[in-house]
Design a protein around this ligand. Structure first.
Ligand SMILES: [Zn+2]
Length: 329
């Protein structure tokens, strides 16, 4: 059973305090913008808050009681007045906003507060965002909108100004590593994921689940061993490029991981190995640190950026990887 409690969410003390105070002081806003890095608890806190303000026996410290009929519906994601608008494909379309506005014309089914959660407003097309403005300014009675965003810069100022902003922050490194260890991830991998994900448990878990971390380790270790005069050795590079080319949206993420490793190599060359993020590749970093000069490392970083640009232009993914991997040797 999914227990909803302010205490069950790691960190975000400021956001929790602002939301709890709003309830205590009877100053619940009609529109909130949860702003901060991805994967740090915005969506989870929105649900806890929605359950809290609808709970029949709320507990000031921990939030929802988890026992009343309303809480039980939130626990099983079955509350009819908790509406989540996810992107349809890559974006939130104007038709989705129109449909939402239509449904908001009717009173809530049973809740004291109907809560509409838009967990990814960067995915909202401009016309869809504009269509939402009037509702944001003046939502129907007993309706609260919660918008979540990663990057402040991408949000229309007209949306920003209509919402109360609740800030979210990266989680401390130790907490991320601890949570990953609880997931059953090995200490060295948890350590690496915590460092690479920069305080986002969501991103760390995503990297752990899609095995990108181990693929990038395989690529780096093999590239360091490749001997261009040995056909078997070049075959391995080609096979790895083919495997990488089959990744869909994760390929860009893989290229970012390779960049992190090269940046770590710069840090290692500059004799600051304690500052590296690729902790699981410490020995490969030591092995490679005399391999290239700094300009040669930067040149390789540029090659990855070039590959990323080609990726955005929908070039052949396998070929992009093959050209890149040979350029990284
Ligand atoms: Zn309750």
């Amino acid at each position: 059973m999914n227990i909803l409690s302010f205490d069950s969410l790691i960190g975000q003390d400021k956001a929790k305090k602002l939301l709890k105070n709003a309830v205590t002081n009877h100053k619940i806003s009609h529109a909130y913008l949860f702003k901060g890095p991805t994967g740090v608890g915005k969506k989870s806190l929105a649900k806890i808050f929605a359950a809290y303000i609808n709970c029949s026996s709320p507990i000031a410290k921990t939030g929802p009681c988890n026992n009343c009929p309303s809480c039980r519906k939130f626990q099983t994601d079955n509350h009819p007045d908790f509406i989540i608008i996810e992107p349809d494909g890559v974006s939130i379309k104007i038709s989705q906003v129109r449909e939402l506005k239509h449904s908001l014309n009717f009173p809530p089914y049973e809740a004291a507060y109907r809560v509409v959660l838009l967990p990814d407003i960067q995915a909202m097309r401009r016309e869809a965002a504009n269509s939402l403005l009037k509702t944001l300014e003046e939502p129907p009675p007993n309706t609260i909108l919660i918008l979540c965003a990663d990057e402040a810069s991408n949000i229309l100022p007209t949306i920003n100004s209509r919402c109360q902003i609740i800030p979210f922050f990266p989680l401390p490194y130790e907490q991320v590593a601890q949570l990953l260890a609880q997931d059953g991830i090995s200490p060295v991998e948890a350590d690496t994921l915590a460092a690479i994900s920069e305080g986002s448990i969501g991103r760390a878990r995503l990297l752990a689940s899609n095995e990108l971390l181990s693929l990038r380790r395989e690529i780096i270790e093999n590239l360091l061993q490749t001997n261009l005069n040995n056909p078997e050795s070049t075959e391995i590079v080609i096979a790895l490029a083919e495997k990488s080319g089959k990744l869909k949206e994760d390929l860009s993420e893989l290229l970012d991981l390779l960049k992190i490793w090269l940046r770590d190599l710069v840090v290692t060359v500059n004799a600051r190995p304690d500052k590296t993020l690729s902790r699981d590749l410490a020995s490969a970093l030591q092995f490679a640190k005399n391999r290239w000069t700094l300009p040669e490392i930067y040149h390789r970083l540029e090659q990855i950026d070039r590959a990323k640009r080609q990726l955005n232009r929908n070039c052949n993914r396998g070929l992009i990887c093959e050209v890149l991997f040979f350029a990284l040797l």
